[in-house]
Design a protein around this ligand. Structure first.
Ligand code: NI
Length: 176
């Protein structure tokens, strides 16, 4: 199994709205495995397909601690159907915005519907870190990043920093 390259800010692909998955088949299951592998390798606790350049509504999450066995969760076509009024705040990060963290306030508890890897329709109510992580990843499917939830000033500073880093990564152009 090999890992997939993760797309970084400010790549405009991250702003694409992902398309619903029409069929849960072996190809999709293999893709979910590659996403999990990529997430574990990074390492991270959540990854949306668009972060590896595929605009499909699928995301993976694993909130197990380091000393615990892996507990992968795959959500296909996830949709938030209920949000709590009370909010909670977590310091979030993102594999597409490495080494940047900021506090984000979101509904403390949500109910989401989704398909599992067998294509079965499911519903889950989540709170705590799982609620935050699901909302962060579902945002990705809609082209939204966690920095969209912080102040404009902070966001502009981060984007500027990553634009500069992207330029430094780009191969030197031949002139003449
Ligand atoms: Ni993210």
């Amino acid at each position: 199994m090999s890992t997939l390259p993760i797309i970084l800010l400010p790549d405009p692909v991250l702003r694409e709205v992902s398309i619903p998955v029409e069929r849960v088949d072996d190809e999709l299951r293999r893709f979910a495995d590659a996403m999990l592998e990529t997430m574990y390798d990074a390492p991270g606790i959540g990854l949306a397909a668009i972060q590896v350049g595929q605009p499909r509504r699928i995301l993976v999450i694993d909130l197990s601690k380091e000393d615990e066995p892996n507990a992968p969760q795959v959500f296909i076509n996830p949709e938030i159907v209920k949000c709590s009024d009370d909010v909670s705040q977590y310091e979030e990060g993102c594999l597409s915005i490495p080494d940047y963290y900021a506090d984000v306030e979101r509904p403390a508890s949500i109910t989401a519907t989704y398909l599992d890897l067998d294509g079965t329709q499911r519903e889950m109510t989540a709170d705590g870190l799982l609620a935050t992580c699901l909302q962060h990843e579902i945002d990705h499917l809609n082209g939204v990043l966690f920095i969209d939830h912080i102040s404009r000033l902070k966001r502009e500073m981060v984007v500027k920093k990553f634009r500069k880093l992207a330029k430094e990564r780009a191969p030197t152009r031949m002139v003449g």
